[in-house]
Design a protein around this ligand. Sequence first.
Ligand code: GUN
Length: 282
Amino acid sequence: MANLIDGKRISKEIKDELKEKVAKYKEEGTTISLAVIQVGNDPASSVYVGNKKKACEYIGIRSLSYELEENTSQEELLKLIAQLNEDASVNGILVQLPLPRQIDEKKVINAIDPKKDVDGFHPSSVGALVIGEKGYVSCTPAGIIQLLKRSNISIEGKECVVIGRSNIVGKPMSLLLLRENGTVTMAHSKTKNLKEVCKRADILIVAIGKPRFITSDYVKEGATVIDVGIHRNEENKLCGDVDFDDVSKIAGAITPVPGGVGPMTIAMLMNNCVESYLINQK
Ligand code: GUN
């Protein structure tokens, strides 16, 4: 049976480290603030935003909440972002995605001051990652690197296969693995012989968006399998992109869903918020 990579435990460890740091800043008279903007009331977004605010509270970060109507115009949202960009008491700005149809997501991401881009979605944050400069890194892939490092799974020289090429997960994930000296293959929906490609992997990152798609015949014996997916199965229970019961028989280490990658995303958002304080000081 595979070792379980416990994202809940590791995320708690990170949040506790951050809590200590934030307490020190407070002693020095500094409070870190995160502005959280939600447009409309998509139920999944409301859960995510609620969890982000709870994490802020736990760590001691002040969260400023902006709940805008579903029919908010792009101009109104851009105006709010411009105000928050100018406001020196705000360290980080997060606009929960997806946005309603009348709003152009790209324009909104581009409008956030890169110094406050705690999601790491701004083209200048992504560009910095590509050329190996410092900058905010998208939270889910950054969290996966922490899961691997804190589970003593080395990346250097390993065959890493990432399935999925989204801007938020697949692309930054591949770049981060490369930065850690992994040998990286990016697979996607048009990849031929996906099974064979996946079977080469020492580290397999699955962000494919299909429930329980990856079975044991995609996995090399002893490989590390990281599951980014989250779905509800026929019994309304949460499951990932990986068939956990099947793959855990053959993998060396595996993340569960829930309790794997999910909690790490929020922990890394909190980490970016703490870093934002230092970045804004410069
Ligand atoms: N929607 C789903 N995941 C995310 C995320 O990490 N950040 C933001 N802003 N929106 C999301």
